[in-house]
Design a protein around this ligand. Sequence first.
Ligand code: ZN
Length: 280
Amino acid sequence: MTQPVDAADRRAIRPVICYPNDTLPAPDLTLYGKAREGAEKIGEVTVPPREAASIEIPVGCFLKITSIEGPQVGDLNLFNSADLSERFYSGKTRALHGTHVTTGDRLWSNFPTLRPLATVTTDTLDWYGIDEFGGSVHDVIGTRCDPYTGRALGGPDYHHCCHSNLTRALAQTKGMSLEEAENHVHDVLNVFMCTGFTRDTGQYFMKASPVRPGDYLEFFAEIGLLAVMSACPGGDCGSEHSSDTAPCHPMLMEVFKPLDGRLDGWQSPEINPYDRTHGL
Ligand SMILES: [Zn+2]
């Protein structure tokens, strides 16, 4: 199409932030830091390569996700452990905090609750920032690798995509059928994954994760949570996913409970005061 005569002027209009987030209640990271000191480990699970595993995190406890053995990306689903219909909402988390999350950012739940499920309290990759390609770590822009998109793109069928792994793990944890569990699987937090959008075509890209064994991402559970995570068949996601080609490694999920009294003064957030019929 021919450009309008004022095309340059229209492009020059400065952007405005859609959701200025400085009015959100700020997490008390000092309090969380004190609560973490001396916290007792109460559970752990190792996520096997190209598979998923789940673990419950009681309200007020910490979930630590660690890279072990080699660089590896994890696709994380989070649920209210008492009600699977309340779950992580990557789209609104992205709108509020940006394309990638780090320390101090929160992981929000879907409507109608829209409240923080968890707060990122430690990120050993926070030094990475945004690289020259526009890439960064721990994205909420990807979805999860899945067999349906693979087939749409003409690839071979593959049964250890993160979507399938998450579905099987949730079904096993909750004693559900695969069909029922699949309806609960949702867009993920891509733990340790390095991603962005290309500047020229705007396409979603990935590159080898900077994560190394010992790096970890830690969350504070604002409500009781069920975490289900897949160790992506893409490994460090530096080449391809949805195949058995990439080297893959296990990941560790651990839960820590603060000592008595360390959370005095903390309240589970109830940001949204509306009931289920609000605005409908
Ligand atoms: Zn994946």
